[in-house]
Design a protein around this ligand. Structure first.
Ligand SMILES: [Fe+2]
Length: 613
């Protein structure tokens, strides 16, 4: 038995993954345990979880692989500093990861952190390093169902690379093209995230959500001034407009002048049509870059299969466009496409590329186990946790539970659905989810404002039974990780009535809805999660029951958390979130909790508990 511990840390989204004999056993992000969103520290709790889940001590582990090469990264920071000095000093000192500020990263630094888990761990030579984009590429290819594929990685920046193209064949990956810092599609998108007043590294999703409300009026300005984009999708940024290499902000005054508005202050300035048009424009340019890259690498390699990872691969709208263009027959995207997934990629890269082990290719099925790779609590454990919290609950067998929850959903109740192993990656996929009735007209607004405490424009995603996908959406392939956007079928589209528009607080006239308004965006698009019997049988059963009663094989699925909070991990987290929001019902394994039965004193104000994201 060979065990490999993969670690990503000290940048964004620290995480740990355990791979045993090439199989992904467990994986989790540190933020879920520390309750600090995007926690970038040493992932002590995540490492502890993956080890204890396999009853391993750290000294039992054969190899430990870190997801990037610190010295290469240091070199990039140093060269950027030298190139822009002395103006770049602030950026240099602030952008230095924690380990660099404390002391130059040494193997010893990680060794000391690891030693906290097990005194007996004494072999520093067990620690190895992968490259940042190689880890992304490995996370995208090795668990995929393809024997061979072309692999595209896109993110902000790793060591030097920001975009790479690789070929994957059997158990080997070969990177053959790279775009280097400061030219970065991830940083370009982040610059616009910053400009529209959202938080870099977490607000990118909001920009994507805002885009359909606007028109891409500034796309030519971006392509003329900011990005020089070639036919083959390669690009260079005009650094005259950006500040991320030289200062503490993403964009500079020239950038603001170019678009005629200053950077939006999220505390003072409301979102206007201008910001929506800006969001639509950068989304358009991003899609154009990804589409051109995908087309040119398809032509160059002749491959039918595309694998993707890196933070930009979470842009499910762009992914949907690549799929629709049919440049590849099949697309597989790593669900933990951001840096958390680097821990998984680093471990798999070592197993296959370094140790030369063969892959187990399961045609048509990936090796991610639905991405349900985190901690779980059985009904007994849930019961004792809830007892110690003083919670009031009912216990039901599977059949009663499913029928009870389906009926409550029909009554437009909102439900916290806590089942099985927690998801790995940023999306909730029916293990730590808030679920609701997609047919309800008021649900989007109600969930956003009363449960999630966030902006009312934020869209929700549908969980749809895989077998019913074609009847409802213009999509014809699995999308188990909510990484593809597609349109609702024509037959399900309806024009929104005026009074409905008012309900959503949106003035735009050409707004479109469907018979599942709570999960349809204003352009008829939806970010789809296909639900499969094999990977999540209980959730599948619930949606099937809902379909039996309503004719609709779909539920609203949003992550179980509020604005700024990491997705709930433990029963305690779930109960706190339930009692601090307007959620009606909490279901933990086979236990059902109704809000009205809980001790009133336990209700608390949760709204401002977490930092705005
Ligand atoms: Fe990355």
């Amino acid at each position: 038995m060979t065990s490999i511990l993969g670690i990503s840390a000290f940048y964004h989204d620290s995480a740990a993954t355990l791979v045993v004999d090439g199989k992904i056993i467990s994986a989790a992000q540190e933020e879920r345990f520390s309750r600090k969103k995007h926690d970038a520290g040493y992932p002590f709790n995540a490492v502890k979880f993956v080890l204890s889940n396999s009853k391993l001590k750290l000294s039992d582990v054969d190899y430990i692989v870190f997801f990037e090469k610190p010295f290469l990264k240091f070199e990039r920071l140093l060269e950027t500093y030298v190139a822009f000095a002395p103006r770049g000093f602030n950026s240099f000192s602030m952008s230095m990861p924690i380990w660099l500020r404390e002391k130059l990263f040494q193997k010893k630094f990680l060794f000391d952190k690891l030693k906290q888990h097990d005194e007996k761990f004494n072999n520093i030579d067990k620690i190895h390093f992968s490259e940042h984009h190689f880890s992304h590429a490995a996370s995208a290819f090795y668990p995929s169902p393809f024997k061979d594929a072309v692999i595209l990685t896109l993110d902000g920046v790793g060591e030097w690379a920001t975009t790479t193209v690789a070929k994957g064949k059997e158990n080997k990956i070969n990177i053959f093209n790279e775009i280097h810092f400061p030219h970065s599609i991830g940083l370009l998108y982040s610059a616009f995230t910053y400009y529209t007043g959202f938080k870099v590294n977490s607000g990118e999703y909001k920009v994507m959500g805002l885009a359909p409300y606007g028109e891409p009026k500034y796309k030519n300005l971006i392509l003329d001034e900011l990005v020089s984009l070639k036919e083959d999708g390669t690009f260079r940024l005009n650094m005259k407009y950006f500040n991320y290499a030289t200062g503490l902000t993403m964009t500079n005054d020239k950038f603001s002048k170019l678009f005629g508005h200053k950077v939006r202050d999220p505390e003072k300035d409301l979102l206007t049509q201008f910001h929506m048009d800006i969001a639509a424009s950068i989304q358009y340019v991003t899609e154009e870059i990804v589409l051109r890259l995908a087309s040119s690498i398809a032509k160059e390699t002749g491959s039918k299969n595309l694998c993707m990872a890196g933070g930009v691969a979470l842009n499910c709208v762009a992914n949907g466009k690549v799929l629709k263009k049919n440049v590849f027959e099949n697309i597989w995207i790593q669900p933990a496409a951001g840096d958390a997934g680097g821990s998984l990629g680093a471990a798999l890269a070592f197993w296959h590329q370094e140790l030369g082990n063969k892959r187990n290719i399961n045609h048509g099925k990936d090796e991610m186990k639905g991405s349900y790779l985190g901690p779980e609590f059985n009904t007994n454990e849930a019961e004792s946790a809830l007892n110690s919290l003083g919670a009031k609950y009912e216990k039901h067998d599977d059949e009663n539970l499913i029928s009870l929850v389906a009926n409550e959903l029909i009554k437009e109740k909102t439900v916290g659905w806590f089942q099985g192993r927690m998801e790995f990656g940023p999306r909730a996929l029916g293990a730590r989810s808030i679920i609701a009735n997609p047919k309800s007209e008021k649900m989007q607004k109600e969930l956003n404002l009363k449960v999630k405490f966030r902006e009312s424009f934020r869209p929700f995603a549908p969980s749809v039974l895989r077998e019913d996908l074609n009847e409802w959406f213009e999509l014809d392939c699995d999308s188990p990780y909510m990484l593809l956007v597609s349109e609702v079928k024509k037959s399900k589209q309806i024009q929104m009535k005026d009074n409905e528009k008012k309900l959503f607080g949106i003035k735009k006239l050409n707004i479109k809805r469907s018979s599942i308004p709570a999960v349809t965006h204003v352009d008829y698009s939806a970010r789809i999660q296909t639900v499969h019997k094999e990977t999540n049988p209980k959730y599948h059963k619930l949606i099937k029951k809902f379909k039996e009663l309503t004719g609709c094989p779909i539920l609203v699925n949003t992550s179980f958390n509020i604005r700024g909070e990491p997705i709930v991990c433990s029963i305690e987290d779930a109960y706190k979130c339930f009692m601090g929001t307007n959620l009606d019902i909490l279901v933990c394994e086979n236990l059902v909790l109704f809000k009205e039965n809980q001790v009133k004193n336990f209700l608390h104000d949760y709204k401002n508990k977490f930092e705005k994201d």
